[in-house]
Design a protein around this ligand. Structure first.
Ligand code: A2P
Length: 285
């Protein structure tokens, strides 16, 4: 039985910092007024956790939404990410300053390496990841970031970072029915790394699935709500994206039902039914 009662309930990261159990994803939100308004709307309907990235090209709007929403900064949790072209110690430090200027914020709650450098692209991929990590570690130790982590890292990408002084506190991965990511989640659980789910609806592609809609209807919930609840019951923080206030609200209304163990198992056993199709070992950007 999950003890979480609302989107504002929190998990505690390995360094003691607290992170709300559900966040607003902002990928594909437009820079400027749309991003700012979506962030304000989300916060008005209870969200306290906003996830963006330099690569989403909406940091100005997201930052404006955070600054103008009326909720004190310290009650909000803001995540950003280093893009792939900025990997390495010096470039990561410089890009962090630019990110903070665009956001217009004094500190970040969480900063992630967006994608690991991989062996397909670089013979020294491990060294590149450690150099990038060193920059994050320094910014964390200076208090400019409250927690640091990675995204799209598989266990073999994480291994070198686990030997560093400060270890990743979060790994944000694609996670939804049909993409169970058991190996990564097991590794993270054993190593005290909190997992977050991007694309909890498989970028929207799994919402038409009949098996999922049939299970959802037993609980009087939408397929989207079932996917989010399933993620929570796996202790994974879902980051659903929506630009629509009604759907944003619907995506927070997932704390009044519990998926039974047999339905959890049925969902866990579903085959791949769609998603982003991106593999951290084969992407070449
Ligand atoms: P919209 O932004 O118009 O609401 P993911 O988070 O997996 O990337 O999926 C995002 C997609 O799912 C977007 O197209 C979004 O559209 C849509 N979406 C978000 N919440 C819901 C919902 N509750 N029901 C149906 N579609 C949703």
């Amino acid at each position: 039985m999950s003890t979480l009662k609302s989107v504002q309930d929190k998990y505690t990261l390995s360094n003691g910092y607290k992170i709300p159990c559900l966040g607003l994803g902002t990928w594909q939100m437009e820079e400027g007024e749309q991003a700012a308004e979506c962030v304000r709307q989300a916060i008005a309907c209870g969200y306290r956790h906003i996830d963006t990235a330099a690569a989403y090209h909406n940091e100005r709007g997201v930052g404006e939404g955070v600054r103008t929403c009326g909720v004190p900064r310290e009650e909000l949790f803001v995540t950003d990410k280093v893009w792939n072209s900025k990997r390495g110690y010096d470039k990561t430090k410089a890009t962090f300053d630019k990110t903070m200027q665009r956001l217009g914020l004094d500190y970040l709650d969480l900063f992630l390496i967006h994608w690991p450098a991989n062996a397909k692209q670089f013979s020294n991929w491990e060294e590149i990841n450690v150099d990038t990590w060193r920059a994050l570690t320094e910014l964390y130790e200076q208090g400019r970031i409250k927690a640091i982590g990675v995204s799209n890292f598989k266990p073999h990408h994480l291994k070198a970072l686990m030997e560093c002084g400060v270890k990743p506190m979060v790994n944000q991965i694609e996670f939804h029915p049909g993409q169970l990511q058991e190996e990564i989640r097991d590794y993270c659980r054993r190593n005290g790394i909190q997992v977050e789910a991007y694309s909890p609806f498989g970028t929207g592609k799994i919402l038409q699935n009949e098996t999922l809609s049939a299970i959802a209807s037993h609980y009087g919930k939408s397929t989207a709500q079932l996917c989010l609840r399933w993620s929570l019951q796996h202790d994974v923080i879902p980051l659903p994206k929506s630009v629509n206030p009604e759907r944003m609200r619907q995506n927070t209304d997932i704390f009044d039902f519990e998926i039974t163990p047999s339905d959890m198992k049925a969902i866990d056993e579903m085959p791949y039914i769609g998603g982003s199709g991106m593999d951290p070992d084969t992407v070449d950007w």
